[in-house]
Design a protein around this ligand. Structure first.
Ligand SMILES: Nc1nc2c(ncn2[C@@H]2O[C@H](COP(=O)(O)OP(=O)(O)OP(=O)(O)O)[C@@H](O)[C@H]2O)c(=O)[nH]1
Ligand SMILES: [Mg+2]
Length: 419
């Protein structure tokens, strides 16, 4: 199945929890704190691979999680780092943040790896919190939790040349005679249902040609089924516009030429601005050659006469593509402001007056503090109170109008406030 868009959910690994433990051994009493730190969570990222050509895999699996860091253990033993997770996507996949639509990465070249979310930090074990005044900390820090993010994947094929035209004009046949590609060819509309790529060799060089489904169903005059596939030629440097010169389906070749160009402008004016080589195919069935001049008149572009079935004009087309490409800049990755997921904000907090005499404090700093504190532990509580003072929560409460005896809620605990 050809699928070129997907939405998936990714989550880097949580950090492992720090460990609370005390050294014990036969005949040794009151050993010191020996709880180790938790391991850092695994990162999550993407790798561009050329042996994948669709996003079909993501229809069946949409949730990806890197491994969590291991919890710390006794005897100062640190938890293992969580394994990174690298998700393979076809070359040309554009990854966006689903919320903002901003581009996170353009997986432009084979083998490229881009990590997009960092794992959570491991929590410190109780051994870390030991100091001269606190010999036996009965607490450790929880690992940092990471958020899940939704991202969209969109495949924008990377090719040098794109073949465009009505269905059945011979685009796939042309690809089959200029390259080793063997696309399906048949005398009905929309034989090609997804892009085919072929490598063309010319002189000292080679380039990639993409064949996409026909753009407009002439039979039904319905909306272009192939319209959706134009994204696969957005990045090409050159278009080859294929026309059935013989008018074998009763259409006028000049009208065909104009209609396809209108379709290109409608999708993206930049696409219509790309250099074009016009190919008049099926000339083996041509009786009235006046069509050649008519096309030359309206297009003012290079026009090549061709018959893909009897292999005439093949060399000429390859040469024309080669020379045109020589003049054009290489395919470039998209330009974008790199988007990064927000790191958890660990310093800010807010004081909110809920009602008279009742205040609440919350924010990134409080969440971070919560990792450090077990509120029913005396040691831990003392640490918490000290932090609240040092980090200015006290001051902020005063400023917000808190009076002695008012209630302040921080996390799940309510305190009576006294200076
Ligand atoms: N007489 C003649 N027939 C041709 C020529 N090129 C292709 N055909 C025939 O035209 C029909 C359509 O060819 P395809 O290559 O499948 O056309 P397409 O443009 O890829 O069509 P879609 O994939 O449906 O958009 C087939 O029956 C081909 O054999 C040609 O130069 N002369
Ligand atoms: Mg085709």
């Amino acid at each position: 199945m050809f699928i070129d868009k997907a939405k998936i959910y990714i989550k880097a690994g949580d950090g492992g929890n720090g460990c609370t433990s005390f050294y014990t051994e036969k005949y040794v009493n009151n050993g010191g704190p020996d709880g180790g730190n938790g391991g850092i969570g695994g990162k999550i990222g993407f790798r561009a691979v050329k042996n994948k050509s669709t996003l079909a895999d993501f229809k069946f699996s949409q949730h990806f999680r890197a491994e969590n860091g291991e919890n710390g253990k006794s005897r100062y033993s640190a938890g293992k780092k969580g394994k990174d997770l690298v998700i393979d996507v076809p070359v040309g996949t554009v990854i966006r943040d689903a919320e903002s639509g901003k581009i996170i990465a353009d997986m432009f070249s084979d083998g490229m790896i881009k990590f997009v979310a960092e794992g959570g930090n491991g929590g410190k074990g109780n051994a870390f919190f030991r100091n001269s005044r606190r010999q036996a900390p009965h607490f450790s820090q929880a690992g940092e939790k990471t958020r899940e993010h939704a991202v969209t994947l969109e495949l924008k094929t990377i090719a040098d040349v794109g073949l465009v035209g009505y269905p059945n004009v011979g685009k796939s046949t042309i690809l089959s005679v200029i390259s080793a590609a063997r696309p399906k060819i048949a005398s009905y509309h929309f034989t090609t249902l997804s892009p085919n790529l072929g490598m063309v060799s010319a002189y000292d060089d080679s380039f990639v040609v993409a064949d996409i489904p026909g753009l407009i169903d002439g039979a039904s005059e319905g909306a272009g089924l192939g319209h959706d596939f134009l994204r696969h030629i957005e990045r090409t440097r050159l278009l080859v516009h294929v026309i059935d010169a013989s008018g074998s389906e009763g259409r006028d070749p000049v009208e065909d030429y104009k209609a396809i160009n209108r379709e290109l402008v409608g999708y993206d004016p930049a696409l219509a601005e790309k250099p074009q080589i016009v190919v008049l195919n099926k000339t083996d069935m041509l009786t009235d050659f006046s069509v050649v001049d008519k096309i030359k008149e309206v297009s003012e572009r290079d026009v090549i006469l061709m018959s893909a079935v009897i292999h005439s004009g093949v060399e000429e087309l390859i040469k024309a593509m080669y020379h045109e490409l020589k003049k054009l800049p290489e395919v470039q990755p998209l330009e974008y402001e790199p988007f990064e997921f927000e790191k958890p904000d660990k310093t800010s907090f807010d004081v909110v007056k809920i009602e008279e005499g009742y205040y609440e404090v919350f924010g990134g700093m409080i969440d971070e503090l919560a990792r450090n504190v077990v509120l029913d532990n005396y040691d831990s509580l003392k640490y918490f109170q000290k932090q609240i003072k040092e980090r200015g929560v006290d001051k902020a409460l005063r400023k917000a109008g808190v009076q002695d005896g008012d209630t302040v809620r921080i996390m799940d605990v309510e305190f009576e406030y006294y200076e």
